[in-house]
Design a protein around this ligand. Structure first.
Ligand code: E4P
Ligand code: PEP
Length: 360
């Protein structure tokens, strides 16, 4: 690489990568899977706009690091997706990019071998392989849109995206969300600030022009239309914010901003004080709010894995326990089944009559 002391003082290396179009051509999506993704996105948009009364559940590992374990998890979740399809619309968390508070493993795309080799091109290939497999299985996938370039490689495989608590105030991420093809949830800030998410939702609903890349990898001026399917995700901050008082304050704040109250509760993160064992309690509280007549909560998020808890991502890969998170702690499969079963049976009676005209 050319040494240029004026421009590249802190750049150590540079490597040209495969283009999005080349990766898509290598690992195409079948017509059937494409239809499935389109249909799943429409279902979620219908839930956001209260045309579909089912409850959206975004459920799965905090992050993906082992593709076999991810497939094992996906097969299990697919069974529940089918079993509760009249009450719940279950979408798997397939998070390949992790935002860090300071530094740490930034997810499977960034470092798929988990050894600081940062083989991003392999990360993209293998992420796309897994996502294609999940789409062919007939399970909708959700992710956090963190890197502004990677959606060109992968976003056709996702039915829902989040903008995370650390980036919801970033203009780059609001612009990105304004062009994404699926419904997008905006988390409140890590400090609990709801206004950050509300501002993000308003910004992403508008049209933006910004620099990005096209499918051929060329730097391009992109003009977006604005995303009409935004919603807020209450993830807690210094204090939890899932209780009915906070939900009602969030509804008021959204109305005041000229937005329809529409939100998802994240049962993890600040809402469980990062204690995974509290997630079922949060989910139960949310379901009870709906039974009591709440009409703004459209779904919830659970961090769940095959086995509970978490382990250090700094362990050698061969020493990692199977099906255990390497980022935030998750509930295990048994608790996940139990939470979803209780949720579906409690919501059965109220869901069909949940929305009234004017709720949209
Ligand atoms: O959801 C995952 C984590 O909360 C997020 O990536 C931040 O992690 P960190 O605070 O361990 O860096
Ligand atoms: C990083 C995440 O959440 P948050 O942005 O709320 O911290 C996550 O859901 O993986």
């Amino acid at each position: 690489m050319q040494t240029d002391l004026i421009n590249d003082k802190h750049i150590r290396s540079e490597q040209v990568m495969i283009t999005p179009a080349e990766l898509r051509a290598k690992l195409p999506l079948s017509k059937q899977a494409e239809q499935f993704v389109l249909h799943s996105r429409k279902t979620i948009a219908d839930i956001c706009h209260k045309r579909d009364s089912r409850f959206l559940v975004i459920c799965g590992p905090c992050s993906i690091h082992d593709l076999d374990a991810a497939k094992d998890y996906a097969r299990r979740l697919k069974a529940l997706h089918e079993r509760y399809r009249d009450e719940l619309f279950i979408v798997m968390r397939v998070y390949f990019e992790k935002p860090r508070t300071t530094v740490g493993w930034k997810g499977f795309i960034n470092d798929p071998h988990m050894d600081n080799s940062f083989d991003i091109e392999t990360g993209l290939h293998r992420a796309r392989e897994l996502l294609t497999w999940i789409a062919e299985l007939g399970l909708p996938a959700a992710t956090e849109a963190l890197d502004p370039i990677s959606p060109q490689y992968l976003s056709e495989l996702f039915s829902w995206s989040a903008i995370g608590a650390r980036t919801t105030e970033s203009q780059t991420h609001r612009e990105l969300a304004s062009g994404l093809s699926m419904p997008v949830g905006f988390k409140n800030g890590t400090d609990g600030s709801l206004q950050t998410a509300i501002n993000a939702m308003r910004s992403a609903a508008a049209s933006h022009r910004f620099m990005g890349i096209n499918q051929q990898g060329q730097v391009s001026l992109l003009q977006t239309q604005g995303n009409p399917d935004g919603h807020v995700i209450l993830r807690g901050g210094k204090q939890p914010n899932y209780d009915s008082v906070n939900v009602s304050l969030a509804e008021d704040a959204m109305r005041e901003a000229g937005l329809r109250p529409c939100m998802i509760v994240d049962c993890s993160h600040g809402n469980s004080n990062k204690d995974h064992r509290l997630q079922p309690r949060v989910a139960k509280n949310v379901v009870n709010q709906i039974i009591d007549g709440n009409r703004s909560i459209i779904g919830l998020m659970l961090e769940s894995n095959i086995h509970e808890g978490n382990q250090s991502c700094d362990l050698p890969i061969e020493e990692l326990a199977y099906g255990v998170s390497v980022t935030d702690a998750c509930i295990d499969w048994q608790s996940t089944e139990q939470v979803l079963e209780e949720m579906a049976s409690s919501l059965k009676t109220v869901l069909p009559i949940r929305w009234e005209s004017g709720d949209e």
